[in-house]
Design a binder for this molecule. Sequence first.
Ligand SMILES: [Zn+2]
Length: 257
Amino acid sequence: MNYKETLKSIDTEKALGLIGIEFESQGAYAKFACPQPNCDCKAAIKEYGDKKNLYYCPKCKSSGHIISLVMKIKDIDWDAANEFLLKARSNHAKRITEELNINYELFYNDFIKSKGIEEEMCKLLEIGVPKGKTMLAGSVAFAVRDTKGMKVAYYGIKMKDGKAVFHNSFNPELYLYNFCNIDFSEPVHFTTDMFRCVYNIESGRQCVCNFGLPYLSDTQLELLHQVEHIVLLVDEPLVKPLAIQMAENKMNYFRFE
Ligand SMILES: [Zn+2]
């Protein structure tokens, strides 16, 4: 593997764990203590997509990638660091090929209601708070289906802090929520917010969501390519980066709302 492939295939959180670095995951980034000896700031390393596994410290401006970080922390050379990182190869880079055999008993509650989503919609799309001790306890779980409608995972959003929670076998970059229900010839709304997505579906619009990622992955762009008319329902900071991505990928007609 060349080093770019290595960077793409390494699971950032797994790698940080292996070298004993504590981190806090925030969206597409993991934040950790800057490796520069005299710096007390947090560096951020990208966990997904473009610039994956590259880090940067906003204070001392030091930067690098996961391989150089391993070399530094473990005091080993390039080859040894690469070898070491094989253990942190992502095991969820693949599309899921078998139907999920977990069926949570899901409950509707006031939290979901506060998002403007009705119970009927939750039943239809399999959304709710799972009963009992599961990885997604305390979260609103959304059943995720692939392009053919096969259930592949549950994607959870913690009610207390809005953080995402899902099993390692699921890679959100490979899917778009609700894409299996889309009629390509009609306008399709896109949002990064799961609740907003369901709210729009309930309002009679076609809507898909990229599970809160702050960008569109290659697979997600490929999926959207089939759509004739895309309407982007995204927050202000994402308008420009998404517009650039869409233009670069020669999207069909798209507009922001
Ligand atoms: Zn620093």
